[in-house]
Write a protein of this length. Structure first.
Length: 69
């Protein structure tokens, strides 16, 4: 069985809309999910990772940057 992950990017402003996706076997996604959750629990822990927040050091990653001083 295959599983698909699709995400959009941008603000929905014409003329550009970006859509990207990954397709993989279900067992591979399950293994990836387990590894990803373990990575998020490593020190320093974060609840999730969102690229736009990481770029601007917002959200959970802002705590990581504050701990570096």
């Amino acid at each position: 069985m295959l599983q698909v992950y699709i995400d959009d990017s941008g603000r929905g402003v014409d003329p550009v809309f970006v859509l990207a996706g990954y397709v993989g076997r279900l067992r591979n996604w399950e293994e990836f999910s387990d590894r990803w959750q373990a990575t998020l629990r490593e020190n320093p822990t974060i609840d999730y990772l969102k690229a736009t927040e990481a770029i601007w050091l917002q959200g959970p990653v802002s705590r990581m940057e504050a701990g570096r001083s």
